[in-house]
Design a protein around this ligand. Structure first.
Ligand code: ATP
Ligand code: MG
Length: 425
């Protein structure tokens, strides 16, 4: 038997109903915040991620699906391509390529789509997974650097989590400084690490040399007491970064968005500056991060573009869905009416009634033509339908249908014109 490749999975009904529900809410809420959708290719030049995400990151150093793509014609050349492991680099590339900054306006863009990372598959961690993300970027003259952008992004996220009904999340917030103040912090970290790194795990010993900030990410329990005592980034922020962070927090306070400052949260991507954040959820176990994001004021220049400060986030859709499934679930996309034709010749009337109801916004399905009412009621229950509507010759002639509420077994005759209202009540 040929099976789905390790780390990939099929999404099947009824789960896809929840995925669709989430995506519907995303489109609805993001549109209200004046975001528009962008779709970028699933694969890009490897170089984009090497430069945009950073050579030192886990993503680039060990998680990418990369291949040599052979030339097929003299007009083509062999290139190194990569399945996108994240979407921010692709969005910023598109921003540069299409000169989206020329309008002088802020670009508020969102995407929904698959990403690929070669990780050890486990619950909440897959090799093909889905992200829902948004980016707001533009020339500094459009206000792209201002704290109001950060606060609005976080406000939108809480609105979305509310709309999908996720409860019990925690927002962790930090500032990782900028190109001006981070070198001093890195230096301080390096010096502090020099004395203690022999007591740390192998990964941290390497990171202490290559990318000391990453040590703060370490999850190894034995390392924690040592890491706790390392210098804190808050003590190294320059005046502008400190003020920026204070303003973001003040706006969140006014918006009544609850958060916790976590000075160790540096996030996995090299391009972050200033505000970084993560939303976690207790139901997710080891893979507790539902989403993460931050500001990336130097990213555009890093990949050869104009100055285009911005901030964005990526929600792990797989994890968001898992967290929602772990909660008691409200009815999602339930089948409102199961229409049962009674007797030969009634199928076309059942079909017509179904079309009528569907056009009125009712979710309806039609039974088979076996005309066995008991079996049809059983099917209706298995499908989780709220009502069964019987379409017999008498019903069609009278213009009124016998409707059974499946939970209570209660049966009522409802005139055709009132059917929609009845089914929705
Ligand atoms: P983690 O620390 O869990 O590896 P990350 O820092 O690598 O996360 P980001 O690159 O910031 O994650 O991606 C944003 C979100 O995408 C994460 O918070 C998570 O919800 C989701 N995500 C990342 N990698 C995976 C994966 N392999 N499978 C499923 N979801 C993922
Ligand atoms: Mg990761």
């Amino acid at each position: 038997m040929i099976k789905a490749v390790r780390g990939t999975r099929d999404l099947l009904p009824p789960d896809t109903g929840l995925w669709n529900f989430v995506e519907r809410k995303v489109r609805e809420i993001f549109a209200r915040y004046n975001y528009h959708e962008i779709r970028t290719p699933i694969f890009e030049s490897t170089e984009l991620f090497a430069r945009g995400v950073g050579e030192e990151t886990d993503i680039v150093s060990k998680e990418m699906f990369t291949w040599e793509d052979k030339a097929r014609a003299a007009s083509e050349k062999t290139q190194t391509l990569t399945l996108r492991p994240e979407n921010t680099a692709g969005v910023v590339r598109a921003y540069i390529e299409h000169e989206l900054g020329r309008s002088g306006l802020l670009q508020k863009l969102y995407y929904i789509g698959p990403q690929f990372r070669r990780e050890r598959p486990q619950k909440g961690r897959y090799r093909q997974f889905y992200q829902i993300g948004a980016e707001v970027l533009g020339p500094a003259s459009a206000g792209s650097e201002l704290p109001i952008r950060d606060a609005e992004v976080l406000d939108m996220l809480t609105a979305l989590l509310d709309a999908v009904g996720l409860k019990g999340w925690t927002l962790y917030l930090n500032s990782v400084g900028c190109l001006n103040c981070r070198p001093a912090y890195n230096q301080a970290l390096r010096e502090a690490l020099a004395g203690v790194k022999d007591q740390l795990c192998a990964d941290c010993r390497r990171r202490a040399e290559t990318n000391p900030l990453r040590v703060l990410d370490c999850k190894v329990p034995a390392d924690q007491p040592i890491i706790e005592k390392l210098p804190k980034i808050a003590d190294y922020l320059d005046e502008d970064c400190r003020e920026h962070f204070a303003q973001v927090r003040a706006m969140l306070d006014t918006l009544e968005v609850p958060y916790q400052v976590n000075e160790r949260m540096v996030r996995g991507l090299d391009y972050y500056t200033r505000t970084t954040f993560e939303f976690t959820h207790g139901e997710l176990g080891a893979q507790s991060a539902v989403l993460g994001g931050g500001r990336y004021d130097g990213l555009s220049e890093q990949i050869g573009g104009p100055k285009a400060p911005g901030i964005g986030f990526a929600i792990g859709e797989d994890r968001l869905v898992l967290a929602l499934q772990a909660q008691s679930q409200e009815a999602l996309g339930t089948l409102q009416a199961f229409i049962i034709p009674l007797g030969a010749g009634m199928s076309r009337h059942a079909l017509r009634l179904a079309r009528e109801l569907r056009s009125q916004g009712i979710t309806a399905d039609v039974s088979d033509e076996s005309f066995r009412i008991k079996k049809s009621f059983e099917t209706a229950e298995k499908l989780g339908a709220e009502y069964a509507v019987i379409v017999g010759e008498n019903e069609v002639q009278a213009g009124a249908f016998s409707v059974k509420k499946l939970k209570s077994g209660e049966q009522t005759t409802v005139p055709r014109a009132e059917l929609r209202q009845f089914l929705q009540s």
